[in-house]
Design a protein around this ligand. Sequence first.
Ligand SMILES: O=C(O)CCC(=O)C(=O)O
Ligand SMILES: [Fe+2]
Length: 320
Amino acid sequence: MGILAPARLETLDFRKLLQRDQFELTKLLKACQQQGFFYLDPADLNSPRGFDDRLEAISVAQKWFDRPLEEKMKVHQDSVTKGYKPPGTSPGVVKNMKDGYESMKMPRDDFISGSRFLPEGLKADIELFRRDLEFSHYITTTILSCLSDLLSPTPRFEDHHCGTEASQSTMIYFRYLKQAAGKSNSGVGHNKHTDLGTLTLLYSPQGGLQVYDQASSKWKYVATQPGCYIVNVGDALRFLSGNQLLSAIHRVVPAPGYEMEHRYSSAYFLRPQNKATFQTSENTFVSALDWHDTKYRIFKASHEEQEKNTILTGGFDVQE
Ligand SMILES: O=C(O)CCC(=O)C(=O)O
Ligand SMILES: [Fe+2]
C-alpha cells in the first residue's frame, strides 16, 4: 500500500489530565477537534497495574486464538458486542475481499451482571479481563469529564454514560491473520470506518493502523508508541458535542514488511447508555442503541451497499 507519511498525533499525559492541568486540557481539546486521535501515556500512580493488565490480557487472548476454530466457534454468538467473531464476516480493506481478523468480545454489562460468559482458556483470567475493562472505563470516562469541563455541554457528556444503565460498551481483543504467501483470496485488514461510540482506548504493539487525513485526502500511518494507548473519538461523542469533536476515519492494513506475522490489538469501546439520544450525520434523531445497530448493519453489508451513503465513515467522504 505504498510508503505513507506518519500521522502527527499529540501525546497526552493522563496524570496531568487528572489534575486538570490547563496546558494538557488545551492539548486534549485541540487533538479531539482536529485529529480525533491521540496517544495517551497512562502513568497513574494510583493504578500502577492498569496498562500492564492490558498487556497481560492481550497475551492471554493471544494464546486462546491459537485454539482450533471449532472450539472458538462454540462461543460465537449472533452479537456484535459479545463472544467470538471468526475472520471474514465483513468486507475488508481490499475491494471485494473480506476482513482479515478474528476477535473475542467482552461486554461491560456482562461483567456487571456477573454472567459466566468466558470460555475455557479465558475464564481462569476473568479478574484480569475485568480489571483491564474497568481501568479502560475509568480512563475513558475521565477523559470525557475533561471534555465536559472544556465544552460545558448540557447535560455533561458523562451523564449519557450512567454506569448502571445498559450500554453497548465492550472490550474487544483482536487477531489479524498473517497473509499467507501467494494466497490472495484470504481476508485482509479492517475496512475504513469511524467508531460508532464515545471514545475508544486502543493498544497494539504492532503497526498497521492508518488514519485518514481529511485536509490532504491521504491515509497516514499511526506509529506505535511503547507504553501508550491510542485514543480516538467516536461518532456518538461527535454528535453529542454538536460536531465540535471529530470522529476520524481509520482502518487496519497489513503493515509493510510484517505481512507474515499475526497482528494483535485490543480496544475498549466506551459507548453511551442505550437510551441516550442525538442527531446523527444523516440528520436523524436516534438512540445510541439505534445508531449502534444501524452502523453494524453497514459494517457487515457489501462494499457496494457501504458506498451508497456515508454512515460507515460517520458522514464524511473518503477520496481514494
Ligand atoms: O485493531 C485496531 O488497531 C483497530 C480496530 C478498530 O479500528 C475497530 O475495531 O474499530
Ligand atoms: Fe475503529
